[in-house]
Each structure stands twice: as structure tokens, then as C-alpha cells.
Design a protein around this ligand. Structure first.
Ligand SMILES: [Zn+2]
Ligand SMILES: [Zn+2]
Length: 154
């Protein structure tokens, strides 16, 4: 399992492999030492029970989507389409636009799920069993405030 630990101090993203994770990882940006509590379930890539960064037990699942990839497909599609439109080939232009939208949709559907910690936003990627519910705004509001108080950001 690959963990993307988020530094509570500066928000830097620190990738760690659960299987051989150290007890602490030093943030490359602000130099803060981040203690990691890796449970045996995390280490064995079985399930996510406790967040190694904030020790929270509330997670949600979201699509592992990189918005930049989707945007590139749409922009390239629009550009190629505009060229055909310029030469009076409207039908081809529309077809290309439709194809770009379709590719975007297919890419989105084939994406894996990533589990995210409500409190510190650390991300977990691996073959583990997905048990977390989808994102809930109310839960996020409550838990984020709680966490930010704890780390002294509010
Ligand atoms: Zn940091
Ligand atoms: Zn966390």
C-alpha cells in the first residue's frame, strides 16, 4: 500500500510505502518530523483502520482522478475540432468533440478508488478492501475543524 501522508504543518505531500514505512518521516519542505503509526492491517495492505498521520478512524472513498489528464483530453479535442471546423468540415469537428468527451468519460470510469482521511487528507492507494463510505460534507466539516484545533491551526 502506498500512503500519501500530508504534513500537518505545511501541507506537503509525503509518499510512504506502508510495507517498509519508518516510524517517523521528515517533511522535505518544513523539516518537521512526522510520527507514523502503521497498523498491521495497513502494513499488510488488507484494510484501512487507523490513519498513520492523525490516528483518525474516519475515511471516505473517492475516484482517483487527475483533473489535469481530463482537461488535456478536452483541450486537445477542442483544438483538433476547431481545425476541422475552420476547413468547413463541421461533421468531423462535432465527431471529434464527441469523441473527446467520450474518452474523458471512459478514463473516468476506469479509474481506481482511493481512500482519503477526513481529518488530515492523507491518501491510501493499494489492493486493500474498500470499506469506507463516499464523501460526506457534514462529516468533513466536523472532523476537519476538530483536527485543525488539535494541530493548532484554528
Ligand atoms: Zn511540512
Ligand atoms: Zn489522517
Amino acid at each position: 500500500m502506498k500512503i500519501l501522508a500530508i504534513c500537518p504543518q505545511c501541507g506537503a505531500r509525503l509518499p510512504v510505502y506502508a510495507a517498509d514505512a519508518p516510524a517517523t518521516v521528515r517533511c522535505g519542505r518544513c523539516g518537521r518530523d512526522l510520527p507514523l503509526t502503521i497498523t498491521s492491517k495497513l502494513r499488510g495492505d488488507r484494510s484501512i483502520d487507523t490513519c498513520p498521520v492523525c490516528k483518525g478512524t474516519d475515511f471516505y472513498i473517492r475516484k482517483d482522478f487527475d483533473p489535469k489528464v481530463g482537461l488535456t483530453v478536452v483541450i486537445v479535442g477542442a483544438f483538433v475540432s476547431a481545425v476541422f471546423y475552420w476547413f468547413g468540415r463541421d461533421l468531423i469537428a462535432y465527431a471529434i468533440l464527441a469523441a473527446a468527451a467520450l474518452i474523458d468519460l471512459l478514463v473516468y470510469q476506469r479509474l481506481g478508488d482511493v481512500t482519503v482521511c477526513y481529518r488530515c487528507h492523507s491518501e491510501f492507494r493499494g489492493a486493500y478492501e474498500r470499506t469506507a463510505p463516499p464523501f460526506d460534507l457534514h462529516t468533513a466539516d466536523v472532523l476537519e475543524v476538530e483536527y485543525e484545533r488539535k494541530i493548532g491551526r484554528r
